[in-house]
Ligand binder design. Sequence first.
Ligand SMILES: [Zn+2]
Length: 428
Amino acid sequence: MRKRPNRFSGYLNQSMETMSPGEREEYHNHLLREITTYAYRHSPRVRETFRATAITPEDIQSVRHLEKVPITEKANLISLQKKDPPFGGLLTIPHNRLKKIYLTPGPIFVPEGKQSRYWRWETAFYAAGFRKGDIVQVTLSYHLSPGGWMLEEPLHSLGCTVIAAGVGNLDAQVKIMQQLKVTGFVGMPSFLRSLGDHAEKLGLDVKQDLFLEVSFLTIELLTETTRNAIEKRFGMVARQGYGTAEVGAIAYECMENRGMHIADDLILEIVDPETGKQCGPGEVGEVVVTLFNKAYSLIRFGTGDLSYYDDDPCPCGRTSARLPRLVGRVDQVTKVRGVFIHPSQTDQLMSRYPEVGNYQVVITRGEGGDEMTFHIELETEHIDREELKGHLQDAIREALKLRGKVEFIPKGSIREGAKTIEDRRDWG
Ligand SMILES: [Zn+2]
């Protein structure tokens, strides 16, 4: 029997992954100058954007200067591609020189250039515990969308053997897993659960009769509850990665469970969606990515996802900052006193208090500016309201970096289908 590899330590590319913050900054600034000059010369769309903003590549000497560049939103790719088909002027080579072309919902065409390690997921898979000799079942779609191919490519680089299983076919997939002694799973948490359920229906014990040791989960958010359930049920490591169809790898987890390390080979900014300015640690904003890609110019590509970063050192030794989690989508945020808040943040906060039943956050304009009030229906009447109020107000300030008032309201006051965060400010 094959000896179990050490999945829990080491780096794929130590000098990159453990660069000092100063080294990383210098490395990024150098590549940024190169890619903006290249993109300006070869991408009609980038040139047009720079000219419309009256900037030239010389104005972009460092990551800080990216604030001058307008963001190209993922949501706008559809109209850009319609206006200037097939790639919206972002491609720097004729499209018959690409390796592959995909079509994702939108519809949006997605190019894949010919350079090796195009989607850059190798470091992510290594950090997640995948090693040479693993037999890996990739369960994302291989039809039109880049998902399956994108996650297969890095596994070859690491020396794994891939089963291009795609989606569906539960019965065949379970049997393949058992017969070929598959050690790695790549796909969505919900599909893994379906596979487990199906295996049990066939009378298998998923821990004893399957050989899974490691999994890389993506597309759906992996909550701690789901992670624990998967690790316990299958007896394997479960780690997640975050990326998009256009960009490939953006961030990934290490073994420490302290959020997703930002990939070293791109520039990630957390950006205030209103002003385009870069946010500091802990401040929620849009994930905006600049790629050093010479086929497809993604300079300040807005993913539409909201997150924040944490640059405290991680015990794993990787020195990149981490995204603790994705907070939601840009189109669902509300700005209160200069800070963005999202329903998923308030839901997470309130879920820690079993005394709280239904709640709604109401934003109004007061004498001293915006006011945020949590209207709360209690599950039970028999509690010390003043004490709970104090706890909640502290927790709100801690989690949202904003002062909020708490008001208890009778059960049933919040109408069905009401917005979690209701903006009652008069914008007239
Ligand atoms: Zn780490």
